[in-house]
Design a protein around this ligand. Structure first.
Ligand SMILES: Cc1ncc(COP(=O)(O)O)c(C=O)c1O
Length: 388
């Protein structure tokens, strides 16, 4: 069994989540549940691969090897049932910067780009910062806070001149793992209206019991798709800046490669490549055990709030390690709630930044003892706001 209970030593390492607590939130002692990385150690197999690479004592220019590409393709085939050609891979240095490249490469200033809100805030950022027009397709939810897509509105919006859709799958922050039917419907609409589908699947391995990820790449898009994935969330290697674009269509792929070359952009570095290859070669069992651990963490959150503070409702977690908590009964907006939580000693993300001020986002990828201590702080603090 792998160890998820021992905290990783992160303070003083430059870890954004820990070392920016004081400057970003004014409370350097608060427990951090914000930035989406994990507070236990990466898999030993990944650490050993990095140590072996360091032992070589050479850190020269490195290109992705065929062995690396086979490892990525093997993982995708085994874990996600999608058989890719390794020629479709375009290794990249992070998903957000790649989303920005893709928006700029395939659309013109003023073009419409659609996102589904509430969503990870850089989605709006990469569209707006490129001078493109943001089209917001609101997700719907039922009384249990289970989210679905508004397909009628989506069809109407896509038919009205949208050039690109950014899909978040699984979805941060609402925790949905889109089903095969949902993904295929999105893909069919994009095909019908000539919209390039760009699917950010960075959370695709982090699946709760009974959930299976269905990649937009296997949704019959006729090549009209770019899938972005990375080992960064699954194996806690985000700082190594290694991600992968999968672009089945040769013309799209060549266009993006040429566009990036025109800006003299480089690919991932040797340590990122080594970590990714090791993770995708040896990380299956670790990934399964992590998912089981996260599911128990999620149960702890659900049970704690159900028992202590049922006024705070929680969206069902199907995938990702990010929980979406509804705090509207406090009568406060999410930024005010987060401000109070920060001062009390727990740092969460406000839902305002993702497009819904009635929620806050809680990262549960941490040792259980840390989560338990954080929940005590959250319950105490929010109970004060929810007194009858
Ligand atoms: C949906 C989604 N995309 C991308 C990222 C960040 O990816 P990267 O660090 O590779 O830019 C995150 C991180 O939380 C995310 O949730």
């Amino acid at each position: 069994m792998y160890d998820f209970d021992t905290p990783a030593p992160r303070t003083g390492t430059g870890a954004i989540k820990w070392d920016l607590r004081q400057s970003a939130f004014g409370n350097g002692g608060a427990l951090p549940f914000w930035v989406a990385d994990s507070d236990y150690m990466s898999p030993p197999e990944v650490v050993e691969a990095l140590q072996a690479a360091a032992k070589n004592c050479v850190f020269g220019y490195t290109a992705p090897t065929q062995r690396y590409k086979d490892a990525v393709a093997g993982w995708i085939g085994r874990r996600h049932g999608w058989q890719i050609d390794t020629g479709w891979l375009v290794p990249s240095t992070g998903i957000v910067s790649e989303l920005s490249n893709i928006v700029r490469c395939f659309t013109e200033k003023g073009d419409k780009v659609l996102i589904q809100t509430p969503v990870y805030d850089p989605f709006a950022g990469v569209v707006r910062d490129a001078g493109r027009t943001l089209v917001e397709n609101r997700l719907l939810h039922d009384e249990h806070l289970r989210y679905t897509m508004d397909f009628e509105e989506l069809a109407r919006q896509l038919s009205a001149g949208v050039k690109m859709m950014l899909l978040c799958s699984p979805h941060n922050p609402v925790g949905r793992v889109w089903t095969r039917e949902e993904v295929c419907r999105v893909a069919a609409l994009c095909r019908e209206y000539g919209v390039l589908l760009v699917s950010d699947e960075i959370h695709w391995d982090i699946l709760m019991p009974g959930r299976a990820h269905f990649s937009a790449g296997s949704a019959g898009t006729d090549g009209n798709v770019i899938v972005l994935c990375a080992p960064s969330k699954t194996f806690n290697v985000a700082g190594l800046k290694c991600s992968n674009d999968i672009i089945p269509d040769a013309a799209l792929r060549e266009r993006l490669i040429k566009w990036k070359e025109s800006f003299h952009m480089e690919g991932p570095n040797n340590m990122g490549l080594a970590a990714c290859e090791a993770a995708y070669t040896h990380g299956g069992r670790w990934c399964d055990e992590q998912n089981a651990y996260l599911w128990e963490n999620a149960a702890l959150v659900r049970e704690t709030f159900a028992r202590e503070l049922p006024q705070v409702r929680i969206a069902p977690l199907e995938g990702t390690y990010l929980m979406w908590l509804e705090i509207s009964k406090t009568g406060l907006g999410s930024r005010a709630v987060c401000e109070k939580l920060n001062r009390a000693g727990a740092i969460l993300n406000d839902g305002y930044r993702y497009g819904d001020d009635s929620f806050v986002r809680l990262n549960i990828a941490c040792p259980r003892a840390q989560l338990r201590a954080g929940l005590d702080v959250m319950v105490d603090c929010l109970a004060g706001e929810l007194k009858p």
